[in-house]
Design a binder for this molecule. Structure first.
Ligand SMILES: *Cc1c(COP(=O)(O)O)cnc(C)c1O
Length: 416
């Protein structure tokens, strides 16, 4: 059984105030989870989580995370602007981008963000646009396949990101000659893994890499950025990652590799997105139509434009029919949105209780990469975002789009 953070009666009340569909976020869950992460890495004095803004780009969410001691990881101009507006400054902002437009680097430098270069050619590029800061981070791509316990987790050799090892050595040397004093190393090798060994193994690779870089180039390593990738259990019964085990595993690698090398002052950073927000958001919808043809369909007032993951990756998102939690799952449905695209299905052949029109149908785990991946295909409008606060009250933290938002980029003056 997967439990939602909101009860049926409470949600009915909330939907009297905010029409469906909307994404609902759980402030209490977000804060408690952020505190657990901080505690799991408290052995490292400089530990900092830079929340990946792209996962949930909402200023209210970012402010909550700021209050819990997090920074932000930005990858574009508008994400930097949002971080600035919320009040993040200097080393509270990580800028991990790739194929970076000039104006993005300009603003990153203006905000004194820590810049994580994606490629060796970005050294000259950044220097010419905005000058080099004292501290520079580089993203590492070890190539090959990434294996944990004989299982292929991903294929870095096929990924567009990062420097090769040879480029790191050359890059660190060039950066030092250009006056850079402190260095960071970053890598993101596996996405959405609940395997407790991912972070420790990645840490070990990065620790060994910086020991070698330090030995060969004499550069001062200030931090290691383990980036994102820790996953969440989308399916019922799936084992969640244990952040304390993960923290201990990274600590063990730290003691085995960095301490003996005399590099015990290195700070550990993370750029988690999904792990920070995924379980603490859900998409609240209403069943608006049923079809009985070759299959049984339930149509919702939300569609893939509000949550793209099932259509894009065939990702599983658990579904609860509110008020029917204890009824038998004896109906097989395709749960769909209204896009003119047959992949607009939140679930296929899902066993659920009988659904009546008007029932609240809640899609779990949409707190990260949910609203954020939304789009306007078929002229569908983006939904509202609502925060369920710690005291049980709610706050509208983003209003729903209206047709005038959709038309705002046209000039209709000569027509109407
Ligand atoms: C997307 C992204 C993250 C966050 O990834 P999650 O899978 O949400 O943890 C962190 N760092 C970078 C550079 C990213 O692109």
């Amino acid at each position: 059984m997967k439990k939602l953070f909101v009860e049926s009666e409470q949600l009915r009340e909330i939907t009297k105030k905010y029409p469906t569909p909307f994404h609902l976020y759980d402030e209490k869950g977000i804060r408690e989870n952020a505190r657990r992460l901080k505690e799991a890495f408290s052995w490292n004095k400089g530990f900092k989580e830079y929340f990946a803004v792209k996962a949930t780009p909402n200023p209210t969410i970012l402010r909550i995370l700021m209050e819990e001691g997090c920074g932000v990881d930005c990858s574009s101009l508008t994400e930097l602007m949002m971080a600035d507006a919320v009040g993040f400054r200097g080393n509270e902002i990580m800028f991990s981008s790739n194929m970076t437009p000039k104006e993005d680097f300009l603003l990153a430098r203006e905000l004194d963000a820590t810049i994580n270069l994606d490629d060796i050619t970005q050294i000259d590029y950044l220097q010419n646009i905005a000058g080099l800061p004292e501290t520079v981070s580089c993203r590492y791509n070890p190539g090959g396949t990434f294996i944990i316990n004989n299982a292929i987790m991903d294929t870095p050799a096929e990924a567009k990101y990062g420097f090769t090892m040879a480029q790191l050595k050359e890059g660190f040397q060039i950066l030092q000659e250009k006056g850079v004093k402190h260095f960071g190393l970053h890598a993101f090798l596996v996405s959405n893994t609940t395997d407790n060994e991912y972070y420790p193994l990645l840490a070990q690779i990065l620790f060994e890499t910086v020991v070698e870089l330090n030995r060969e180039t004499g550069s001062h390593i200030a931090f290691i950025n383990l980036s994102g990738g820790i996953g969440i259990p989308y399916r019922p019964g799936e084992q969640a990652a244990d952040i304390y085990t993960i923290g201990q595993g990274v600590h063990k690698a730290f003691k085995e590799v960095l301490i003996p090398a005399g590099m015990g002052d290195v700070d550990i950073y993370a750029e988690l997105g999904r792990y920070m927000l995924g379980p603490y958001g859900c998409l609240v919808t209403t069943a608006i139509q049923e079809k009985h043809i070759y299959k049984e369909y339930i149509g919702l007032d939300a569609c893939a434009a509000n949550l793209m993951r099932p259509a894009m990756y065939r990702a599983y998102h658990h579904i609860t029919v509110m008020g029917r939690e204890n009824e038998p799952c004896d109906h097989k449905y395709d749960i769909t949105g209204g896009l003119c695209e047959n992949n607009d299905k939140f679930a296929i052949d899902r066993m659920l209780p009988k659904i009546d029109m008007g029932d609240l149908v809640v899609i779990h785990d949409t707190g990260a990469h949910g609203f954020a991946m939304g789009y306007n295909y078929n002229g569908k409008l983006r939904s509202a975002e609502v925060l369920l606060k710690e005291d049980g009250t709610t706050e509208l933290i983003r209003r729903a789009e209206t047709p005038s938002d959709y038309f705002a980029t046209f000039d209709f003056s000569g027509i109407f």
